[in-house]
Design a protein around this ligand. Structure first.
Ligand code: SF4
Length: 236
């Protein structure tokens, strides 16, 4: 199926979804948005109050900060695909419940398969846990891992950085590295690494095994001839 009708059908299913209790309290479901062939996909946690009203992801203060962070990476919002682990707002912005994440899981997996990005940026601990279940964000933020031709990089959630000033500089620094990572991902995909030879669910399950064989490829050199992201890959 080509991407446009795929997205249309997927978004319609999400907007009409009643698979968990959040369907009863949401105003609008928030499927996600961005180019269907985006090279970079950002995955947040769940819609907030503004997103719930508008049916669009990252439209509040955190969204404005996200735009600044993307600019630091040399990217514009219009170039990236943005979505969340949960498509509906938890009441009072509470943390997602495990049952809600399970109920919503297939939608996100399908979005990843549909867009097939080169780089997936997880924003916050709930989206990080999908790909790096045994990690803590303070230890691995900003450090990428390649799995089957796609680079996954966990970052702090922009909303957390808005509320905790000490995180601002950290998340900004992590985003500054994103441009170099994207360039590396382009070279890796261009060099013939097959795109997504495993599906996302399987990839998440295989993270420890794959990191052992995929994390050792050399990083590209920057303009100074130094490895651009040396030491930024991590293993379990
Ligand atoms: S959060 Fe996900 S599973 Fe729950 S109702 Fe919304 S779309 Fe359906």
């Amino acid at each position: 199926m080509s991407r446009e009708p795929w997205a249309e059908a997927l978004y319609a299913r999400i907007r009409g979804c009643t698979s968990c209790a959040l369907a009863q309290t949401r105003a609008l479901a928030v499927p996600g948005e961005g180019p269907l062939d985006a090279e970079v996909m950002l995955i947040g946690e769940a819609p907030g109050a503004n997103e719930d009203k508008q049916g669009r992801p990252f439209v509040g203060q955190a969204g404005q900060f996200l735009d600044e962070l993307l600019a630091a990476a040399g990217l514009a919002r219009a170039e990236v695909y943005v979505c969340n682990v949960l498509k509906c707002r938890p009441p009072a912005n509470r943390d997602p419940l495990p049952g809600e994440i399970d109920a919503c899981r297939d939608y996100l997996d399908e979005q990843i398969d549909m867009v097939d990005p080169l780089v997936i940026v997880t924003l916050g601990r709930f989206s990080m846990a999908k790909f790096f279940p045994a990690q803590t964000i303070s230890r691995v933020h900003g450090r990428a891992r390649e799995i089957a031709g796609c680079f996954y990089v966990p970052m702090y959630h922009p909303a957390a950085a808005l509320h905790q000033q000490s995180l601002r500089a950290i998340i900004l620094e992590d985003f500054r590295e994103l441009g170099a990572l994207l360039e590396r991902a382009r070279r890796t995909r261009g060099a013939g690494t097959p795109a997504r030879v495993v599906g996302p669910t399987e990839a998440a399950r295989l993270v420890p095994a794959l990191s052992a064989v995929k994390g050792a490829s050399p990083p590209p050199a920057n303009s100074a001839g130094q490895p651009a992201i040396q030491g930024r890959l991590f293993n379990e």
